[in-house]
Design a protein around this ligand. Sequence first.
Ligand code: ASP
Length: 354
Amino acid sequence: MIYQLKTQSPQATNTPSVLMIYTGGTLGMVFDRESKSLKAFDLKEILRNAPEMERLDFNLSILPFEKPFDSSNVTPEIWQQIARFITVEYDSFDAFVILHGTDTMAYTASALSFMLEGLNKPVILTGAQLPIGVARSDARENLITALEIAADRIQGKPVISEVAIYFNNRLLRGNRAKKSESSQFNAFDSENYPFLADVGITADYGFPYIKPHEENAELNPKFGMDKNVIILKLFPGICEKMIAKILKINGLKGVILETFGAGNAPTEDWFIDLLKEAIESGIYIYNVSQCTGGRVLQGHYETSRMLGEIGVISGSDITTEAAITKLMFLLGQELPREEIVEKLRQPLAGEMTV
Ligand code: ASP
């Protein structure tokens, strides 16, 4: 159910309308004395603690999840639900803000960036490191600025026309972001892509890096997501029997192979043979670096040359969060193999630079 929180006077017909979707996360949590831990709470807590929302000069409506959740419990089914909410309300609102826990915000932002093909309006995720009811909370600033950025327009057009994360004075491309900090307020970074905005007294937008607004783009949402994927992180000492077992999991369709440095891996025969066998059986193996900055360059070192030769697909500078959601998304579209391989190599929604 959508609640209308703020409506401008009927004279202000040109005022943007923002829909805020509340999913949960620390921002709206309260301390539960019984369990002595933070628990998701309902929308009232947010509204009570952010009276500033009353002073915003645009229309604001709220769509709360019936049961707000800690984002560690997010699932592809929830991404589908959010994508459906946005699709259904797409023509009724100019912008969308999603309140979400920080733990998996980068996964949700990445998934939505792929599912909402043709998106031409702002979808801005935000949250907080401290609950909104705590005096020192970062929630109010994140919430209010995310809403203002969502409503921001230049010559009648939205400034942002993509999925982004606003957090601690920075706007980041959603599918480039990573949660890098769990105690400081600057929870997110995007090492391989410049910030879309630095926010102080005003928002200083990085226009060359923002996806341009396309006048006639039409939303063409795709909801399919396939969960038959896994992330396999390499480490010195990883052994044959473990990898062999993982690659033979019944139903496995895709693997994010988290490699060392610029996409490097052991060159031992057993390792290469196991990967080769998996690829020949139809499994997609996507090479993503364990480093947060830099890119996979298959063939640059002897230790990555074979990967390219046997058909491991380079993820270039993609994050693990974007890679796993992209793989689920592409597998969910049931495309021919060559098309999936090609789409893994190329950016779908600005998530990588090749
Ligand atoms: N565990 C919380 C969540 O992701 C953390 C947060 O919101 O910052 O939902």
